[in-house]
Design a binder for this molecule. Structure first.
Ligand SMILES: C[S@@+](CC[C@H](N)C(=O)[O-])C[C@H]1O[C@@H](n2cnc3c(N)ncnc32)[C@H](O)[C@@H]1O
Length: 237
C-alpha cells in the first residue's frame, strides 16, 4: 500500500492557524519549533497576542520610542501594532502571511499590507521602523542582509529611527560556539499534527549589524542588553 507523505505547509501559516484557533476557542494552543542549532521550543499561541503588561521590558522600551508614522515589519498577530493603535499612533503593519494579516485586519483602525518585505515598495517614509522578535531574521541569509538594510534605509525618514531587537548568542551566558556559531538557521514548525516546510531564518549578530550601518553611514546605538537579547536604535544622523 502506498503511504503518502503529509503535505508540508508554510511555517507561518501554521503559527497563524494556532493563533486563530486560540482566538476562536479561547483555549491555549501550542506550537512546536524545531531548530537545527538550538533545542526544540514550544510557543503558546497567546504569546503572539501578548498585551503590553506581558511584554518583556525591552519590547516596552521599544514601544515607548515609537512616534510619527510607524512601520511594524513582520507584524505577526499584531501584538505591538495593537498597543500602538490603542495609543492613537499611526501604524502600518507589514506581514506576508495571509492568516496573520487577517488577524490584524480585525483590529479597528489597523492598516495592514500583506506582502513580502522584499517586494514591498512605497514612496512613504517612516519615522519609526519596528523590527521586534529578531525582526532582521526575515533576511533569511547573510547574503540578503545588505539588501534588507538598503531597503530599510530607503523606507526611513531623515529624522526617523529603526528599532531592532537582535539575538546575539555571543552575549549568552550559555554561549556554546559548537552549537551556536552559524547565524543562518533552519527551522520547522509543528501544530496539531501538521508539519511545516523548512524555513530559513537569520540571527544577525551585533558585528553584522554594525558593518551594515557603517556601509550605509547609519548610526547605531545599543539601548538595551540582557544576555543575548540586544535592542538597537539605528538613525541616519
Ligand atoms: C517571529 S514573528 C514576529 C511577529 C511579531 N513581530 C511579534 O513580535 O509577535 C516574524 C513574523 O514575520 C513574518 N515574516 C517573515 N518573513 C517575512 C517577509 N519576508 N515579509 C513580511 N513578513 C515576514 C512572519 O510571518 C511572522 O509573522
Amino acid at each position: 500500500m502506498e503511504t503518502k507523505l503529509p503535505k508540508l505547509l508554510p511555517p507561518n501559516s501554521l503559527i497563524s492557524r494556532a493563533v486563530k484557533d486560540f482566538i476562536e476557542s479561547k483555549e491555549e494552543k501550542f506550537i512546536k519549533i524545531w531548530h537545527n542549532q538550538l533545542k526544540e521550543e514550544s510557543y503558546s499561541a497567546s504569546y503572539f497576542l501578548r498585551t503590553y503588561d506581558k511584554m518583556p521590558e525591552y519590547e516596552q522600551l521599544a514601544l515607548s520610542l515609537c512616534q510619527g508614522s510607524i512601520l511594524d515589519i513582520g507584524a505577526g498577530a499584531g501584538a505591538h501594532t495593537r498597543y500602538l493603535i490603542s495609543k492613537n499612533l499611526d501604524v502600518t503593519s507589514l506581514e506576508f502571511d495571509s492568516g496573520f494579516a487577517e488577524i490584524i485586519q480585525q483590529v479597528e483602525n489597523s492598516k495592514v499590507i500583506q506582502e513580502d518585505f522584499f517586494s514591498y515598495s512605497t514612496k512613504e517614509k517612516f519615522q519609526t521602523i519596528l523590527l521586534l522578535m529578531n525582526g532582521l531574521g526575515i533576511a533569511q541569509s547573510k547574503a540578503r542582509l545588505p539588501i534588507m538594510f538598503d531597503k530599510l534605509k530607503d523606507l526611513l525618514a531623515d529624522n526617523g529611527r529603526i528599532i531592532v531587537e537582535i539575538t546575539d548568542y555571543k552575549f549568552s551566558p550559555e554561549y556554546d560556539p559548537t552549537t551556536m556559531n552559524d547565524p543562518e538557521v533552519t527551522y520547522r514548525v509543528m501544530y496539531e499534527g501538521s508539519f511545516s516546510e523548512e524555513f530559513h531564518w537569520l540571527y544577525p549578530n551585533l558585528e553584522m549589524v554594525s558593518l551594515e550601518c557603517k556601509r550605509l553611514n547609519l548610526k547605531h546605538q545599543l539601548i538595551y542588553e540582557e544576555d543575548e537579547t540586544l535592542l538597537l536604535e539605528i538613525k541616519k544622523h
